[in-house]
Design a protein around this ligand. Structure first.
Ligand code: ATP
Ligand code: MG
Length: 511
């Protein structure tokens, strides 16, 4: 049987606001039944291209063929009719509804305007779940379930709408390693059932594991389409960023500095349930110029630790001392300004950026009332602009419009680069860094890692929380492993290996 193109996008161009060229003459051909990776740097135009395929944007130019027939995809409703489904990075679920109702939302009710036949729906959904090995608790309320489960619901949702072509836009960026494994299995399952899959991810290992071919775009333009099995990871990375990528590593030089952070018996209520402790009796000392890596499976006390040190939540008991001063009960603002704290939070949309403000404002956020930006009650707009533009240049934030771009318009990875740029260039003496490279392309990861090591060399004390064990191993001087809110082990970065730390992560013995 001749292999047909399930999707063909021809000479697609997309220009926003008459000036931002997000896609320029892009070609994409996806064979029926294959897993096709769509790769490119942050801001390369991947999400835009997929939004066009899903009928969210109308392209400025170009043609789209679905199953070799030309189609005008004027809306997501039309896309759905054509058998295209999209799993967005930010889920669109109604918290107070049970899972099953979320799945049928927008299908049954509008179509039949009749009493919903819950029994039949649950039967149908159960059948799909069995067929694709997708486990979901249909009666749970969305507000009570994990991110991984939410994503499976999104997948179930498009399967219920009979999608044959499925687009996943960075599905693994929000998942834990074990959830990622589960998702990759589901993708393989979907392929085995004949579905066509377009997968966007920055993680080479995931592409190697599930993709047949990959199309790479750079700065909005088509670079090439590659056979994944026959092309090395480094070659793919190079095609993506236009240069060779090197892995950045801590050199583990001797550090004779004084302790800058002292944490004594810190206990913090659990993030998701304030009746129990999420972090228990945490004690450590961190030197100036030292990176302490916090390893562990997600949800074992990392958020509680970062939030208590940053001041986002109150400690239940214990002490946090910075440079000899007890800051345990100080406000976030006081920590930012007086104690020179830097903080890259876990949820960049909620706490890192004001999405509807421009980048110039976002860069000045914490320091607006300091001498840096204001004198005698007047705001120094030039200083704000200059600083924003420096960060944009240095951190290669794409399409930032000299800082006048609204944060929301930036691609996900470029938003992240903006926050990291701000926090690493502010005048700080200690920085809490949470998942710094989530959603970043390989070139940006390399750059951010270099900058974190530079901050260390400048004498800053750094607490690095990451669920990426490789990131912890590459950068840390010392690694503390958390499990169920307890410290279960500590190793020097120099002697740590994936095996040693990995074992500690799943052990429950309190060290
Ligand atoms: N609605 C919009 N208005 C203006 N500019 C936009 C809009 N959406 C995207 N852009 C711009 O188009 C470019 C491509 O963005 P897109 O989100 O497609 O990138 P991406 O490849 O998905 O990146 P990432 O890997 O960071 O998610 C970006 O520079 C972005 O600033
Ligand atoms: Mg994107």
């Amino acid at each position: 049987m001749k292999n047909i193109n399930a999707v063909e996008m021809k000479n697609i161009s997309m220009i926003f606001n008459k000036k931002i060229v997000a896609n320029k003459n892009i070609n994409l051909e996806v064979l029926k039944g294959e897993v096709h990776a769509l790769m490119g740097e942050n801001g390369a135009g991947k999400s835009t291209l997929m939004s066009i395929l899903f009928g969210i944007y109308e392209p400025t130019e170009g043609n789209i063929f679905i199953n070799e027939r030309e189609e005008i995809i004027s809306s997501p409703v039309k896309a759905t009719k054509l058998g295209i489904g999209m799993v967005h990075q930010h889920f669109k679920l109604v918290d107070i509804f049970p899972v099953w109702k979320n799945i049928i939302l927008g299908v049954e009710e509008t179509k039949y305007k009749q009493v919903i036949n819950k029994k039949k729906i649950i039967e149908d959904l159960t059948k799909i779940m069995k067929e694709y090995n997708l486990e979901v608790d249909l009666n749970a309320k969305v507000k009570d379930i994990s991110v991984g489960m939410k994503q499976r619901i999104e997948i179930l949702k498009i399967l219920y709408r009979k999608a044959e072509i499925m687009v996943f836009d960075e599905p693994t960026a929000v998942l834990t390693p074990s959830e990622i494994e589960g998702l990759l299995k589901v993708i393989k399952e979907l392929k085995a059932m004949g579905k066509t899959i377009i997968l966007i991810t920055h993680k080479m290992a995931e592409i190697k594991e599930v993709a047949d071919r990959a199309t790479i775009i750079r700065k909005g333009q088509y670079v090439g389409t590659y056979n994944v099995k026959k092309t090395s990871s480094s070659k793919l990375a190079e095609a993506m960023v236009g240069r060779k990528i090197i892995e950045i590593k801590n050199q583990h030089k001797q550090n004779n500095n004084d302790d800058l952070i002292v944490i004594k018996n810190l206990s913090v209520k659990k993030h998701s349930n304030n009746k129990v402790l999420g972090l228990k009796n945490f004690s450590t000392k961190i030197k100036a110029g030292e990176i302490l890596g916090i390893a562990g499976v997600e949800g074992n006390g990392q958020i509680e630790l970062a939030e208590a040190i940053s001041g986002m939540v109150k400690a239940e008991s214990g002490k946090i001392i910075i440079n000899g001063k007890n800051i345990t009960n100080d406000s976030i603002n006081k920590r930012y300004i007086q104690h020179k704290m830097g903080f890259i939070p876990e949820d960049r949309h909620k706490f890192g950026l004001v999405l509807d403000a421009n980048l110039i404002t976002n860069v000045a956020l914490q320091d607006i009332s300091t001498k840096k930006y204001s004198r005698h009650g007047f705001i120094n707009k030039t200083a704000m602009q200059t600083n924003a533009q420096e960060i944009i240049g240095k951190f290669d934030v794409r399409n930032a419009d000299s800082g006048f771009a609204i944060a929301r318009q930036l691609s996900g990875g470029n938003q992240q680069k903006m926050i990291i740029g701000r926090e690493l260039t502010r005048d700080t003496q200690f920085i809490i860094i949470f998942q710094p490279t989530r959603g970043l392309d390989v070139g940006s990861v390399e750059f951010i890692h270099t900058e974190i090591l530079k901050a260390k060399d400048e004498g800053k004390a750094i607490i690095l929380v990451s669920y990426e064990l490789s990131e912890i191993l590459q950068l840390s001087d010392r690694i503390i492993v958390l499990n169920s809110g307890n410290v279960v082990g500590e190793v020097s970065g120099k002697s740590a290996t994936r095996e040693i730390v990995g074992k500690m992560m799943i052990s429950s013995v309190v060290a």
